[in-house]
Design a protein around this ligand. Structure first.
Ligand SMILES: C[S@@+](CC[C@H](N)C(=O)[O-])C[C@H]1O[C@@H](n2cnc3c(N)ncnc32)[C@H](O)[C@@H]1O
Length: 268
């Protein structure tokens, strides 16, 4: 039997050789040791450790599977969300969208989160603003099952329903969405972790990348719309807003100064 410290150094070296951050070893080792921190692992380095389950998890990582799917969870807006291959892994940029919706949604508003995936946006909004009535919709029943589980685990009042965009929804004031927005041809250029592991339906809506945004604006009529957009899409999204007779109230940049969130209301 090996010790924690021996397993840690052997696997960290192997991870480095394979171009995987050694921190992934620490996180998986910590999980297997009973959700332990790095400082706990270091302090208990002499304790015996069964290497086989760690080697099995790392084999998945070396095959390209994202760390978040292997761990079964990720952090979003300071909470832990369950994730697996049924849903997109929530990204930090999407927290900007949540922040904007928290600031702009009128008191007591009914909010629809289109393409809810793991439910990270809907659940965060419902927990941060209990006055809001939030419904997350998705075309993927698999994603909805996980979103409901996240909502229940975190004690959120958000509800979840199957809908093709807004087809099955009525009576709401605000639309929030991080839609699939990657142009189909660009999917092949994505990191393999994304391209080969995350649901294709969560990544691309078609050739242009803006097809779903176009459909959301078309269906939104007088409602307030807050959207996450892709790299370099701000001009195209502004043009779509204009085409549907809408105003762009603001475009918010992410931490890399890339326009990332569009806030649009109906032109008066
Ligand atoms: C980019 S992911 C966003 C997931 C999650 N909201 C987040 O921010 O992490 C887009 C989501 O839209 C869903 N989707 C794609 N087409 C849809 C449609 N026509 N109607 C409803 N949901 C759709 C996908 O299944 C996926 O869950």
């Amino acid at each position: 039997m090996t010790t924690i410290s021996q397993a840690r150094s052997r696997h960290r070296e192997e991870a480095l050789r394979r171009g995987i951050p050694p921190r992934d070893v620490d996180l998986l080792l910590g999980d297997l040791a009973g959700e332990r921190s790095l400082s706990w692992l270091i302090a208990h380095g002499d304790e015996p450790f069964d290497d086989v389950p760690l080697a099995a998890l790392l084999a998945r990582r070396y095959a390209g599977e994202p760390l978040q799917y292997i761990r079964g969870r990720t952090e979003f807006y300071s909470r832990t969300f369950l994730v697996d291959s049924r849903v997109l892994i929530p990204r930090p940029e999407t927290e900007i969208l949540v922040e904007a919706a928290l600031e702009r949604a009128p008191r007591g508003a009914r909010v629809i989160d289109i393409g809810t995936g793991s439910g990270c946006i809907a659940v965060s909004l419902a927990l941060e603003r209990p006055d809001l009535r939030v419904v997350g919709v998705d075309l993927s029943l698999d994603a909805l099952a996980l979103a409901s589980r996240n909502g229940a685990r975190l004690g959120a009042s958000a509800r979840f329903a199957a809908s093709n965009l807004l087809d099955a929804v009525r009576d709401f004031e605000v639309i929030v969405s991080n839609p699939p927005y990657i142009p189909a041809a660009d999917v092949e250029t994505l990191a393999t972790e994304v391209r080969d592991w995350e649901p294709r339906m969560a990544l691309t809506p078609g050739a242009d990348g803006t097809e779903i945004i176009d459909r959301i604006f078309s269906a939104a009529r007088g409602k307030l719309v807050l959207l996450e957009i892709g790299y370099g899409q701000d001009a195209a999204v502004r043009a779509l807003a204009e085409k549907h007779g809408r105003r762009v109230d603001a475009v918010l940049n992410d931490l890399a100064a890339i326009p990332r969130v569009v806030i649009s209301s109906a032109a008066s």
